[in-house]
Design a binder for this molecule. Structure first.
Ligand code: SF4
Ligand code: SF4
Length: 521
């Protein structure tokens, strides 16, 4: 399949004020090293990672401290050398607001690395399977927000086109922009590794036209490469162009149908930050222990991008950026459209934390009160997935989850376009998240009750089978005994008959002998 060079567009979307200049004035700086790191075991899509360490154990920087919990899962590594001081439930940045299992490491400040063996250019001599295993061992997940384990995303099948996603369409977030400006060479080296794994014929680097410096830096490396493998595609600035299906539509003109995967169109999408993490894993043998994160918004003193170790408390990152402008600020992990509002900054930075957005509370929308839906249809006009947001809202309000599901709730990418334009200020995405959680919960309950029923039925069948086997054994035993008794009876009868016959014979012999005896004279 060949990707055409003309670009397409998707339905709906929004032109938003980017506010990107807030955090692009300074170069990426390293986050301050702190005394304690809290590393959650669930930072990715899939099963929770399994701890490999115990309390009191000393670990080295880059050491795997938790292995993938199943096929779809990711490894977790120590961001510093130090001592494990706790393995317990701690507050984590999650939509549920519930605590989850974490490993706490007290930093020994020795920065002692575990022994590593980088592959560097030699990766070309390794098979796709070997390289996927290396990515799995390095705990690489999609850093564009999805956190899907990268070793799973690299399919077994060859894929014609790799799309490198440098779109970064959410307002305020600039970590990918700054990464491309400052480390274009490494980003494209990472993309080259992905291309080798999936045997891609081409790599299209997609960047929105509001990032001229990143475009220039990436184009320079592409020109110097000269292989023709890479091609830069500048796309118009429109939210949410960075969504996987939306970007594929823009680049290829093709829609990934509901319930299908990009691979079916011979395309694979990867974020630029993921490509950079893959570069670090292969060229530096560095597992995913850090990421570039934007700390921005009108509520922070010095907005900027920092390279932060996973597990660093958010409050330390905020302090490093000069702190809050006042006590009345809202903290969001991610951007204003798709981000997660946090109740506290005493939470660790995780692999998914691309941005900490701090807004004075006056800027934040009041989500506590909203007006009824007036059926204006504005939400339908902007939905990039062509859903009917007002219907989804209506059925969710009535708790009619079957109807919500039938209206393709799970195709909703939670982009927030519908809520942004809604004149009634209905927090629509919150309704969709609630509905998705409810449906998944019910599905899990159904699976659990089906499993319990199957176990019960299997138990009953086993009891019935055992009963029948016991009865069969008893029947056979009875038949055997009966047969033996029958034999014994007939043997006994024969013996008695024989004995009687023998006695009769003896008696006859005696009588005969008596008649033959001579009479005494
Ligand atoms: S935009 Fe809001 S008010 Fe208008 S139809 Fe959609 S949900 Fe209803
Ligand atoms: S949040 Fe969902 S329903 Fe609303 S516009 Fe985005 S994809 Fe459509």
């Amino acid at each position: 399949m060949t990707v055409t060079k003309t670009i397409s567009t998707f339905h709906g979307g929004l032109k938003l004020k980017g506010n990107k200049q807030l955090s692009t004035g300074t170069a990426i700086t390293a986050a301050a090293v702190v005394s304690q790191y809290i590393i959650p075991l669930q930072q990715h899509i899939g099963a929770i990672s399994e701890s490999l360490v115990s309390i009191g154990e000393h670990v080295l920087k880059g050491q795997m401290i938790a292995k993938p919990g199943s096929t779809i899962s990711a490894a977790v590594h120590a961001p510093v050398s130090g001592t494990i001081t706790a393995i317990d439930r701690q507050p984590v940045p999650h939509v549920s607001g519930l605590p989850d299992y974490c490993i706490t490491i007290d930093n020994d400040f020795k920065d002692k690395w575990v022994k590593t063996q980088p592959l560097a250019e030699d990766y070309n001599n390794h098979t796709s399977r070997d390289l996927r295993q290396l990515l799995r061992d390095a705990g690489i997940v999609g850093l564009g927000g999805a956190t899907f384990p990268s070793d799973i995303k690299e399919t077994e099948m060859d894929t014609h086109t790799l799309i490198l996603n440098g779109v970064e369409c959410e307002p305020y977030i600039t970590c990918d922009d700054m990464l491309m400006r400052e480390r274009a060479q490494q980003v494209l080296a990472g993309a080259d590794i992905i291309g080798h794994i999936i045997k891609a014929h081409e790599c299209i680097v997609a960047i929105e036209n509001n990032k001229p410096e990143a475009i220039k830096a990436m184009q320079a490396v592409i020109d110097a490469d000269g292989t023709g493998f890479f091609r830069l595609q500048v796309i118009p600035t429109l939210y949410p162009s960075g969504g996987e299906k939306q970007l594929i539509k823009i680049i290829t003109g093709k829609e990934v149908p509901s319930g299908h995967f990009p691979g079916e169109l011979d395309v694979l999408c990867h974020n630029v930050a993921t490509a950079y993490a893959i570069y670090q894993a292969i060229y530096e043998a560095r597992p995913l222990i850090s990421r570039i994160m934007t700390v921005t918004g009108h509520g922070i003193q010095q907005p900027q991008n920092i390279e932060v170790l996973i597990g660093t408390p958010m409050k330390d990152c905020i302090e490093q950026c000069g702190g809050y402008i006042n006590d009345n600020c809202e903290l969001i992990m991610g951007g204003p459209m798709m981000g997660l509002t946090l109740q506290s900054d005493h939470l660790p930075v995780i692999k998914a934390t691309n941005c900490l957005l701090i807004r004075p509370c006056t800027e934040a929308a009041d989500t506590k009160t909203h007006l009824p839906c007036i059926r204006c249809g504005k939400c339908v006009e902007v939905c990039p997935v062509r859903l009917l947001p007002q219907q989804l809202y209506w059925y969710t309000s009535c708790k009619n989850m079957e109807r919500v599901k039938n209206h393709h709730l799970f195709d909703c990418i939670e982009c927030g376009c519908c809520a942004y334009v809604c004149p009634s200020d209905i927090p629509l995405v919150q309704y969709y998240r609630f509905a998705k959680t409810e449906i998944r919960h019910k599905q899990q309950q159904r699976i659990a009750s089906d499993t319990a029923r199957q176990h019960h039925e299997a138990h009953q069948q086993r009891l019935e089978r055992q009963k029948q086997e016991r009865e069969q054994r008893l029947r056979k035993k009875r038949e055997m005994l009966a047969a033996r008794n029958k034999n014994t009876d007939s043997n006994n009868k024969e013996a008695i008959t024989d004995a009687i016959a023998r006695a009769k014979a003896k008696k006859a012999e005696r009588e005969q002998a008596a008649t033959k005896q001579p009479v005494k004279q």
